[in-house]
Design a protein around this ligand. Structure first.
Ligand code: ZN
Length: 373
């Protein structure tokens, strides 16, 4: 696995973003808390590392969303590698234990700047951005996303994709505006219209993000699942439990309609660890069935990350690298997934999104064609 030593000053923007989140949770004023959270988000979304922004005189340029309090923290980290100001604020707050817990839940997340660095570093063997042909998880106005399917198709074409799958939530996930089967039939007609207008240039698939219940069952009947071009299965509940949920995940990937295990843990940065399971057992079963393990590129998810992805690669898995976008600008989150695949050394050949459409379609109709030999 190629992880160059240049990562040793690990992802300075992620370090700063983490300290600013810590500082946010140490505040007693709501307003200050939101201010530091906004500052953390601004740093994590920067395209370049803060170390590149320091002028020859040591001064930092003005960064939108960053006030004097945050600037002081940044300076400390750039100069000393740590922030005494933040450590002191934590020590004086009554939320020390909670802040420490959140710190543990921020591991193996990449900042936007680090994503860009990994994508442009030729020493990684994984997929190049140009090899990525289409995104297989995104949400439209038919569930909890913003764009129409036509807007999605246009945005994907602009990104140079040859195909994509719209994967709205299925009806079991009411909280995310899950689609009824009647709505799914209507959406199918809208997608067919989009495809008719774009001919051979681009193909929009109708997918579904099915919800995995506590027992590992999907919120779709078999005949309903069969109406979609691609079925993702993803956990959205029981994500803060300490108990082992291996059998739940094994049951989900054994469902004959499932092609992708999406955001397998359901973790959220600084908030929850998600499902606890014997992932090596889950990956072995997925490899045997030709079910793809997703690297979800939503910056708050990054699920699975490169450490788990390299174990899945060792088990013989194939991968889906997806944005989980809910707006068209969020389609860029696919790059976060690509960066994790590169860090894990996943070859493009093992990534379904790097396959030509005909290979993708034949895998979707017969996953055992791609199972581990
Ligand atoms: Zn989901």
């Amino acid at each position: 696995m190629a992880v160059p030593s240049s990562r040793s000053f690990a992802d300075v923007n992620a370090v700063v973003g983490g300290y600013l989140r810590d500082l946010a949770f140490a505040q007693s004023s709501q307003q200050k808390m939101f201010g530091y959270k906004r500052a953390a988000a601004a740093i994590l979304a920067l395209d370049v590392p803060l170390t590149d922004l320091v002028g020859p005189d040591g001064a930092l340029p003005r960064i939108a969303g960053i006030g004097p309090g945050s600037t002081r923290v940044i300076r400390e980290i750039l100069d000393q590698g740590a922030s005494p100001t933040v450590e002191q604020a934590i020590a004086q707050s009554d939320r020390r234990a909670d802040i420490e817990r959140r710190r543990q839940l921020r591991r193996h997340f990449l900042s936007r700047a680090e994503v860009r660095r990994v994508l442009s570093d030729p020493t990684f063997e994984g997929p190049a951005v140009e090899q990525y042909r289409g995104d297989l998880q995104m949400h439209s106005e038919w569930s909890d996303g913003g764009p129409s399917v036509a807007e999605i198709a246009d945005a994907c074409l602009q990104r140079g994709y040859q195909y994509a799958a719209v994967t709205d939530h299925s009806y079991g996930l009411k909280i995310a505006g899950g689609m009824s089967m009647a709505e799914a039939a209507e959406q199918r007609r809208a997608i067919e219209n989009v495809n008719a207008r774009r001919g051979n240039q681009f193909r929009l698939l109708q997918g579904i993000e099915a919800n995995i219940d506590a027992a590992g069952q999907l919120d779709l009947e078999d005949d309903e699942a069969a109406t979609f071009d691609v079925v993702l299965a993803a956990p959205h509940s029981r994500l803060r439990k300490d108990e082992d949920q291996t059998s739940r995940m094994l049951t989900a990937i054994t469902h004959p309609a499932v092609r992708v295990l999406a955001h397998p843990r359901g973790r959220i940065s600084g908030s929850r660890a998600g499902v606890i399971a014997d992932w090596d057992a889950v990956f072995a079963s997925a490899a045997q069935r030709g079910v793809a393990i997703e690297i979800d590129g939503d910056p708050a998810r990054q699920d699975v990350d490169h450490t788990l992805a390299s174990r899945a690669l060792g088990a013989g898995c194939i991968f889906a690298l997806d944005s989980d976008a809910h707006t068209t600008t969020q389609l860029s989150y696919a790059e976060t997934a690509l960066a994790h695949a590169r860090l894990a050394g996943v070859p493009a050949e093992r990534i379904v999104n790097c396959w030509p459409l005909d290979r993708l379609l034949s895998w979707l109709s017969n996953p055992s064609s791609e199972r581990r030999q």
